[in-house]
Each structure stands twice: as structure tokens, then as C-alpha cells.
Write a protein that binds this ligand. Structure first.
Ligand code: SF4
Length: 395
């Protein structure tokens, strides 16, 4: 590829890059730390605003170290006072760049860079975290003569894909081809713009041509976009096929589940029927046993009732017998008593009779003994009084 072939689109490419990323400019200061801040701020602001911000930093902070240790919220107001918008990301990037430099050197003294060549400086800046490829390339070019073109992988890849230069594995050849595009070109704009395209969309493996700002100039874009659409279509078809397969598998699984469920239901119904039959059988057996039990019970109850009635009758009979015995005994006792009473009455009558006889017997006895007594009386009367006395004492 030669400069002549790419030339027709080059002006339009540069105009497009300028509209997208503004026109870059090498900061006039030779202070490497200012160059660092300028490289970072260029991502968000035009050159004049970047310089104004750096001047404001110099006024607001004692030195770059104070800016490094400041919180982002202390940096943001400096940018806001310059009427800049969306200040958080650039404030954070400024602080991160200083912190990254400090991590590499343990200070913010950039004099050592004066001793380095372009490639060595690029390696140093590449090691500073948070700096992107465009910032690093700017910092590499910032100490080189105006119009210098330096090799950079993103730059080479995008320029080749755009057809601005031929495919070459040699960095020198790449640089030569870019130089051949013309000395009158804004080479800084071209290099930084193409590198930013490389960062944003022109990935080495998977370029996002449908989002690329230079797609209309890129011979690759049509094929990449078509391939991408084809790949997306294929992926969509693949997804649809997978979804259909998944749906078919789901339906098959559902059918299998239904079959399994029906089979299980049949088995369950069969088992339930068997169980019901067994239960009915068991119930019938139970009823039979219950009936037998009831018959046995009735029989036992009847027997018990009969025994009870028999016992009651026997008891009644025994009681009647006992009453009869008792009555007999009572009658016997009464008869005995009557006999005893009679005997006693007879005895009392006999005694009474005997008592009644006693006066008569006494009288009879007295009559019988009267002559003797009279004789005694006569004898007594005939005896002296002394013998009378002794008779009294005897008594
Ligand atoms: S259109 Fe695609 S291939 Fe071309 S520069 Fe842009 S991203 Fe890269």
C-alpha cells in the first residue's frame, strides 16, 4: 500500500478524527509532569482548556506531590471553576497518573527522562498504570521533533486495516509507510486518533466495525460487519436451534413425565383396587368375627342371665327356705316359750297353790302342834323365873 492509494480518504479521515477527538497539540512546556497531565486531560478537553487546567493546578496546589495526595473531591472544584463539565473522570485520571508515576519512581522528579531515548521513554510510560496507549504515545512524541512518527502496535494495525499502509511485520517499514502519507499531514492528529480508534473499536481479534467512527473509510468494515452479521445470524440460528432442541427436549421430557405419571397412576389404581379388595375381605372377615363374637356374647349373656336367674331363684329358694327355717325356729321357739311359759305358769300356779296351801298347812300344823305347845306352855308356867331367864338367853 502506498501513500498515493490512501491519499483520497486521508483528509476525510483526519477531519473525522478531529471531530471525534479534537485537535491535539504538543504542550509547549518542557516540564515532564505538565506533559503527563496534558496527555491525560487531552482525552476530555481541547488543548487550550488542558493548558488552563494545568495553570490552575499550579496555582491551587503547592506542588505536584500535593496534587497527588489530594482527594479527587479536592481536584474537581479546580476543573469546575474553569466551567468544565463531567469533572470526576478527568480529576480521577489526573490523580491516578501522578500516583502511577510515583509508584514507578517513588518521587515526582522527571529529570531522568532527559537521559532516555524515545523507545526507552515509551517503555517507562507504558509501565505507568492508568495511562492508555494514546496518552503513552503522546508522551513519547512530546520530546521528539514536530512531525515525528513513532511505531505503535494499535497505530500500525488500524492504519493497515484502513488501507493507509501495507501489511508489514517491520516497525521501520510501518513508520516509513506512514511518513510516506505526506509531510504536510497533521501526523500527531493521525497517530493519536488512529491509536484511540484502536483502543475504542479496532480490537486486534474482534473489531467492532459497526461502532467505528472510521467505518465508512475502512475497506475491512463491510466484510467485518457482514461477517459479524453472518456470525450473529448463525449464532441466532444456533440459539434458535438450541432453543428448539431445548423445547423439543422439554416437550419430550413432559411427555415422558406424563407417561410416567399415567403409569404410576395406573399402578397406584391397581394397588388401590387390590388394597380395597383386601380391605373388603378384611372387613368381611372382621364383620364375620364380630358377628361370631356377638353370637358368642349373646350366648354367653343368655347363659349368664340363665345362671343369674338360676342363682336368683336358688337364692330366693334358699331365702324362702331360710325364712321357713326361721319361721319354724320362731314357731319352735314360740312353742318352747309357750311351753316354758306354760311350765312357768304351771310352776307359778303350783307354787301359788303351794303358797295357798301353806296357811292351811300351817294352821293344820299349828293345830297339830297346839297340844304340844300348850303342854310346853304349861310346863313353862310351872318352871321358876330363873329358868325362864336362862331360856330367854338361849333364844
Ligand atoms: S472499521 Fe473496523 S477494521 Fe476498520 S478501523 Fe474501524 S474497527 Fe478497525
Amino acid at each position: 500500500m502506498t501513500a498515493t492509494k490512501a491519499a483520497p480518504a486521508l483528509d476525510e479521515i483526519l477531519a473525522t478524527l478531529q471531530r471525534a477527538y479534537r485537535k491535539p497539540k504538543i504542550h509547549e512546556s518542557t516540564d515532564a509532569m505538565e506533559q503527563l497531565l496534558y496527555a491525560v486531560l487531552m482525552k476530555w478537553y481541547p488543548a487550550a482548556k488542558c493548558e488552563a487546567v494545568i495553570q490552575a493546578f499550579r496555582q491551587e496546589f503547592v506542588d505536584w506531590n500535593e496534587l497527588r495526595v489530594s482527594h479527587v473531591t479536592e481536584i474537581e472544584p479546580v476543573l469546575q471553576r474553569l466551567e468544565l463539565e463531567d469533572v470526576h473522570a478527568p480529576s480521577q485520571a489526573v490523580r491516578d497518573a501522578l500516583v502511577g508515576f510515583h509508584l514507578q519512581r517513588n518521587d515526582l522528579e522527571p529529570e531522568f527522562l532527559n537521559e532516555m531515548g524515545a523507545e526507552e521513554r515509551e517503555r517507562f510510560w507504558s509501565a505507568v498504570p492508568t495511562l492508555d496507549a494514546s496518552m503513552i504515545h503522546y508522551l513519547t512524541l512530546s520530546r521528539e521533533p514536530v512531525g515525528t512518527i513513532a511505531h505503535q502496535v494499535d497505530l500500525a494495525r488500524v492504519a493497515q486495516r484502513l488501507g493507509l499502509i501495507g501489511k508489514s511485520s517491520s516497525s521501520k517499514k510501518t513508520v516509513k509507510d506512514l511518513e510516506d502519507l505526506g509531510a504536510e499531514l497533521d501526523r500527531l492528529q493521525l497517530q493519536l486518533g488512529l491509536i484511540r480508534i484502536g483502543i475504542e473499536t479496532c480490537d486486534a481479534r474482534n473489531p467492532a466495525c459497526d461502532l467505528c467512527k472510521l467505518a465508512s473509510f475502512c475497506p475491512m468494515s463491510e466484510k467485518v460487519i457482514a461477517d459479524k452479521k453472518q456470525a450473529e445470524k448463525k449464532a441466532a440460528e444456533q440459539r434458535a436451534a438450541e432453543e428448539r432442541a431445548a423445547e423439543a427436549a422439554r416437550l419430550a421430557a413432559e411427555k415422558a413425565a406424563v407417561r410416567e405419571r399415567e403409569k404410576a397412576e395406573k399402578i397406584a389404581a391397581k394397588e388401590a383396587a387390590i388394597a380395597a379388595k383386601e380391605k373388603a375381605k378384611a372387613d368381611a372377615e372382621h364383620a364375620k368375627q364380630e358377628k361370631l363374637k356377638a353370637v358368642e356374647k349373646a350366648k354367653a349373656d343368655k347363659q349368664a342371665a340363665e345362671e343369674k336367674a338360676k342363682a336368683a331363684a336358688e337364692k330366693k329358694k334358699a331365702e324362702a327356705k331360710a325364712r321357713e327355717e326361721k319361721a319354724k325356729e320362731a314357731a319352735a321357739a314360740k312353742a318352747a316359750k309357750k311351753a316354758a311359759d306354760k311350765q312357768a305358769a304351771e310352776k307359778r300356779a303350783a307354787e301359788k297353790k303351794a303358797e295357798a296351801k301353806k296357811p292351811a298347812e300351817k294352821k293344820a300344823a299349828e293345830r297339830k302342834s297346839a297340844p304340844a305347845k300348850a303342854a310346853k306352855k304349861t310346863d313353862a308356867a310351872k318352871k321358876p323365873s330363873g329358868s325362864k331367864k336362862s331360856g330367854s338367853k338361849k333364844r
